[in-house]
Ligand binder design. Structure first.
Ligand SMILES: [Zn+2]
Length: 132
């Protein structure tokens, strides 16, 4: 499977996801992704490779040893890592292919923004809402 950043400068390939997908609403994910939650899954380092633009990556160390990598041009967050751990933490929404699995849980619900409450029961539309 392939993934990429918004501007297409950075691309990567994975063989598979090595954990189920989870939505993380922790404060640091929320800020880093400018979103109510971040969808992530573990990918073993052996199952991941940068295929284009690796030199354009930057990272922010959000806590000691935890590096969040993003495209230096468009700012898309692509993976995070904890130094010395076998898995990368993939930002699943940057995949260009369907990984197959569905999210199994939400984590860090204690940090969720109040306006996300019942967010999964509200009407949803394939694209813009009618009349928009
Ligand atoms: Zn980019």
């Amino acid at each position: 499977m392939k993934g990429s950043c918004l501007c297409g400068t950075v691309e990567y390939e994975i063989i598979q996801l090595d954990s189920p997908i989870a939505h993380c609403a922790c404060r640091t994910c929320r800020k880093a992704h400018a979103a109510a939650f971040n969808s992530s899954a573990a990918v073993n380092r052996d199952h991941f490779r940068w295929s284009k633009g690796q030199e354009n990556l930057k990272y922010y160390e959000s806590s000691p040893g935890k590096r969040r990598y993003f495209c230096g041009t468009c700012g898309s967050h692509l993976v995070a890592e904890r130094i010395g751990q076998p898995n990368l933490i993939l930002r699943v929404a940057t995949l260009d292919d369907d990984p197959g699995g569905k999210p199994v849980c939400r984590i860090w619900q204690s940090h969720e923004v109040p306006w996300l409450e019942n967010g999964y029961q509200i009407p949803s539309f394939p694209e813009w809402q009618p009349g928009h």
